[in-house]
Design a protein around this ligand. Structure first.
Ligand code: NDP
Length: 249
């Protein structure tokens, strides 16, 4: 079978571990050269070493998505080395949960600054080279929480609704240049982020998941693969929920 991303250059933010790492490995398996980007360069390099050991093409470029100068510099270095970025996955994300009455301004700012501003910064940095190339696929990792809201996650829900709306707006602005922009909204996926939840909370969540199980990082990565591939050339401004059926609309 031919590979679906042969010779594509894909930048995935927050990809040293978790869902981002899985997306990177899935893209690499399909022939892409994947740029592993995360805050700490050692973490990026460790993931790159694992991927290269499997025979994949990967390179490490650290950046903190909250810092626009850092993101610009990172993208400039990638373009200098590889000439272009074909695919951007905005995956870096954090949670700082708490009921609204007790939510501190710092908790609000931290989540908005990584999840929403970070996505803005990376979109901004790749947009000029992508627009010039008349080619690009941007995928924002949202969350089912950004669609349905959640008690205790006002900051996170707002940030994820934001990246979904950002995808729709950029989809409209960039469509004439052959750039698609979509969002993927995972439900409850088994990663370090959700390992923190108690069994009681997990069981409560599963009561609302028709497919009756938590998702796997590969469930999310496979949809991100579709959206990055030629098969999705006519799909833009969409949000695909990968949530076992939690939200149906
Ligand atoms: P993880 O915490 O496992 O991974 C997130 C990665 O992002 C980490 O490597 C982290 O680095 C990195 N990161 C955090 N802040 C920054 C920053 N400022 N700049 C660059 N990188 C940063 O999370 P998941 O893999 O679970 O989540 C990935 C995405 O999927 C997130 O956007 C999340 O909101 C979303 N999502 C996850 C769900 C789930 O159930 N797990 C459900 C719905 C959405 P470090 O380790 O150094 O902090």
């Amino acid at each position: 079978m031919t590979m679906r991303l042969t010779n594509e250059i894909a930048l995935i933010t927050g990809s040293a571990r978790g869902i981002g790492r899985e997306i990177a490995e899935t893209y690499a398996r399909e022939g892409a050269l994947v740029i592993i980007s995360d805050i700490k360069i050692e973490d990026c390099q460790a993931t790159v070493a694992e991927l290269v050991a499997k025979g994949y093409k990967a390179d490490a470029f650290a950046c903190n998505v909250t810092n626009s100068a850092d993101v610009d510099q990172c993208v400039a270095k990638i373009i200098e080395k590889y000439g272009r970025i074909d695919i951007l996955v905005n995956n870096a994300g954090i949670t700082r949960d708490g009921l609204f009455l007790r939510m501190k301004e710092e908790e609000w700012d931290a989540v908005i600054s990584v999840n929403l501003k970070g996505t803005f910064n990376a979109c901004k940095a790749v947009s000029r080279p992508m627009l010039k190339a008349h080619k690009g696929k941007i995928i924002n990792i949202g969350s089912v929480i950004g669609v349905m809201g959640n008690a205790g996650q006002a900051n996170y829900a707002a940030s994820k609704a934001g990246v979904i709306a950002l995808a729709k707006s950029l989809a409209r602005e960039f469509a004439s240049r052959n750039i698609t922009v979509n969002a993927v909204a995972p439900g409850y996926i088994k990663t370090a982020m959700t390992d923190k939840l108690t069994d009681e909370v997990k069981n409560k969540i599963l009561e609302n998941v028709p497919l009756g199980r938590m998702g796997l990082p590969s469930d999310v990565a496979n949809v991100c693969l579709f959206l990055a591939s030629k098969e999705a050339d006519y799909v833009t401004g969409q949000t695909i929920l990968v949530d076992g059926g939690m939200v149906m609309y």
